[in-house]
Design a protein around this ligand. Sequence first.
Ligand SMILES: *Cc1c(COP(=O)(O)O)cnc(C)c1O
Length: 368
Amino acid sequence: MSQAILLTPGPLTTSARTKEAMLSDWGSWDVSFNQLTASVCNDIVQIVKGQATHVCVPMQGSGTFAVEAALGSLVPQTGKVLVPSNGAYCQRIARILGYQKKDVVVLEHAEDEPASPDRILAALIADPGITHVAMVHCETSAGILNPLHDIALVVAAQKRHLIVDAMSSFAAIPIDLTTTPIDALIAASGKCLEGVPGMGFVIVRQDVLESAKSNSHSLALDLHDQWIYMQKTGQWRYTPPTHVVAALRSALDQFHEEGGVSARNARYQKNCAALVAGMRTLGLRTYLADDVQAPIIVTFHSPDHPNFQFSKLYEGVKAQGFILYPGKLTQIETFRVGCIGAIDAKDIFKATEATARTLHDLGVISSI
Ligand SMILES: *Cc1c(COP(=O)(O)O)cnc(C)c1O
């Protein structure tokens, strides 16, 4: 069995213990599985200190299913949503709202520019019809970190609602719901919690969720209905991703043993620093300035050399046990390397060595 290390933003490399947690079958109606779900949801709310105000509603599917569920259930049909955009996941929010036939205002930013609290404030003042702001915390397209706390204060001061896609930052970058006002925070099992993919979740203010009955355009993605049913029965509506929940329970145990958000953040910071330093010695340039780079995924400019092709780099590095990720920027040629998952700086160092050997074999760099 190949055990390649995934340097991708999810699915990502999971520990042996997380994989082993999937070796049992669970009955979806069984009390032990219901307890598993409840304990996972409890832990998730506590990671962002939301237990006094927020509840966690899990949702089957990949992260986008949970984003679509949150937007569909929490934004009423008459709502109008401001989306500060600096990448593909922001655009996906606008696209989802388009499917739901809701009013959207996209506030465009450059892909290397963090979302601006001042521009958001001006947009909210200019258009009192805007009811919600929907943003991405770490825009995984380029790997940029948006200033969530400052934006949240602006949105709250303007008495609008805030929905945050924290998919690639949750559990790795600190978020404190007691000091950062957020209506709903969305993430998933298979990112920085280092579980396997298959379930998303929305951490939502209980009062906001209570007033969201019959908003949803979709039955399967109705967050309010999922929550009511789960409260009544302890069960998921419809078949739960049982093995994913069991793996996430184990991944959460390991997260706590590691030392929680601060320890995970420190490990990812080290991974990111090792990656950037190693790649820079090969002459590769990062797309983002260091001060806006999140320690989640790094975008590199493709080397300006006729022999360079990402597919060749990918194959060469894969043969040495590492999986890279293509770029996702609209204008320029880039590729990405993830810093997250059950990996450490030694793995990153080996990946930069594999990159060096491959670029040398391709004739893109002359010495290693
Ligand atoms: C991974 C990710 C998602 C969800 O993507 P899926 O492929 O549906 O899991 C959404 N937003 C961001 C910022 C992400 O990194």
